[in-house]
Design a protein around this ligand. Structure first.
Ligand code: ARG
Length: 460
């Protein structure tokens, strides 16, 4: 492509380190769309003729067909997707192909292609996370009143509803989606026409190409246009945070399905066996979802380090952006889909969950609150009295509600039998009606709210 000045071809190792076609061939759709938009603009502004445009468009469509049918011969000799396509276009349509690269450079070309790719990846990630939200909403609905232990420090804290627990993840994934949507909005400017770095003397219409590629408008600075990759970093950071949420839910699935907890079961479809221990049902998909953050965060730091310290404008370092980004979004898509499958597949065991919630003195706070509300005790004193009652029950290895009234009155004589009304896990969760609390009624309201939000998204 730059043969004019070069007498000899590249060393084999040069070709090896330089060629990116194995990775960036995934940009072929974006590259063809970008070239078509560019050619149409060049014709509209009189830079190339209508005949050239017709030949270029026809050739690009033919190349599209060849790639789709697996008939296109990608070659390292042509380094990357841009030159592979251009070389093929030349072979197909001759001279007009050589005019396509007027008023553009591979620098603005790749920046455009990659933005288009990352923009779509953000849209797809958000759509996939929405499906996961829907799966969680279904689980929440089925288990609005299912009681389980709520934990802090993974120590039994207070009873909560499983529906409420599911909705916590619906919230997290909503913020993840919002991050992808924010990133998309910020990246939605078109670098095409920035040319190599300084703009171009041709009378191009950058607004036209931007519009043709569904960008909000053209980027404002040609140097920044070809050298910015923070749009990908932002998308990768959103992906990393989403992966951290997937990782947390995965970890919970791992211990819920452990026989020690037995809160949930994954069917055969989402379990694997052991080649030596016939009793095993391993939650491999959950473990792999838990692990994906390693690769995804790795991609984020990889690109961050590539970009650090690069002078303006384009440097070849930036070619390393794609492998990391493609891999992260592939991993994220796989993990989100697997998580959605697992959430749908999970069969909960409400008896076990309730029994676990009853153990561990999870209603001790309710007892303290009763002392405050009914006896008018300051909370700190109530905390102390409750602590003594818990110690008593613990010494006898029984639950709080199994203590007799007399035993409780030994700790504080003012306690009446009314106290037993707050010691059940059902009473505990039902009482937590403060906005955002775990009460089954709240859960049902929140589910309705989320369903409404998601359905409004469809209309928007
Ligand atoms: N394959 C290159 C990349 O991905 C395309 C841009 C090459 N530009 C250049 N001046 N060598 O970054």
């Amino acid at each position: 492509m730059w043969g004019g000045r070069f007498a000899a071809g590249p060393a084999a190792i040069m070709e090896e380190i330089n060629a990116s076609i194995d990775v960036d061939k995934r940009l072929w759709r974006e590259d063809i769309a970008g070239s078509k938009a560019h050619a149409a603009m060049l014709a509209a502004t009189g830079v190339i003729s209508k005949d050239d445009l017709a030949a270029i468009t026809k050739g690009l469509d033919a190349i599209s067909g060849e790639i789709e049918e697996g008939k296109f011969a990608f070659s390292k000799k042509f380094e990357d997707i841009h030159m592979n396509i251009e070389a093929r276009l030349k072979a197909l349509v001759g001279e007009p192909a050589a005019r396509l690269h007027t008023a553009r450079s591979r620098n603005d070309q790749v920046a455009t292609d990659f933005r288009l790719w990352v923009r779509r990846a953000c849209d797809e990630a958000s759509a996939a996370l929405r499906l996961l939200q829907e799966a969680l909403l279904e689980k929440a609905e089925a288990h609005a009143a299912t009681i389980m232990p709520g934990y802090t420090h993974l120590q039994t804290a207070q009873p909560v509803t499983f529906g409420h627990h599911c909705l916590a993840y619906v919230e997290m994934f909503a913020r993840d989606r919002a991050r992808f949507e924010d990133a998309r909005a910020r990246m939605n400017e078109c670098p095409l026409g920035a040319a190599a770095l300084a703009g171009t003397p041709y009378p191009i219409d950058r607004a036209m190409t931007a519009k043709a590629l569904s960008f909000d408008g053209p980027t404002g600075n040609s140097l920044d246009s070809v050298s910015a990759r923070d749009f990908a970093l932002e998308a990768l950071s959103a992906a990393t945070i989403a992966a951290s949420h997937l990782s947390r839910l995965s970890e919970e699935i791992v211990f819920w399905t452990s026989p020690h907890f037995a809160f949930a079961k994954l069917s055969d479809a989402f379990s694997t066996g052991s080649s030596i221990m016939p009793q095993k049902r391993n939650p491999d998909a959950a473990e792999l979802c838990r692990a994906k953050i390693g690769r995804i965060a790795g991609s984020f730091t990889s690109l961050l380090f590539v970009m650090k310290g690069l002078p303006l404008a384009y440097s070849k370092d930036m070619q390393e952006d794609k492998a990391a980004t493609f891999q992260a979004f592939d991993d994220l898509a796989l993990a989100v889909a697997a998580m959605e499958g697992m959430v749908r597949d999970l069969t909960m065991n409400p008896e076990k969950m309730r029994a676990a919630a009853m153990a561990g003195y999870s209603t001790a706070t309710d007892l303290a609150d009763w002392l405050v509300r009914v006896l008018g005790m300051p909370f700190r004193d109530a905390h102390h009295v409750t602590g003594a009652i818990v110690a008593l029950a613990e010494a006898k290895s029984i639950r709080l509600d199994e203590l007799s009234l007399e035993e409780m009155q030994k700790v504080d004589a003012r306690i009446t039998k009314d106290v037993f009304s707050v010691l059940t896990v059902e009473a505990s969760v039902a009482s937590r009606k403060s906005y955002g609390g775990t009460a089954p009624d709240n859960v049902k309201q929140q589910i309705a709210l989320w369903r409404d939000r998601l359905s409004k998204e469809n209309k928007a």
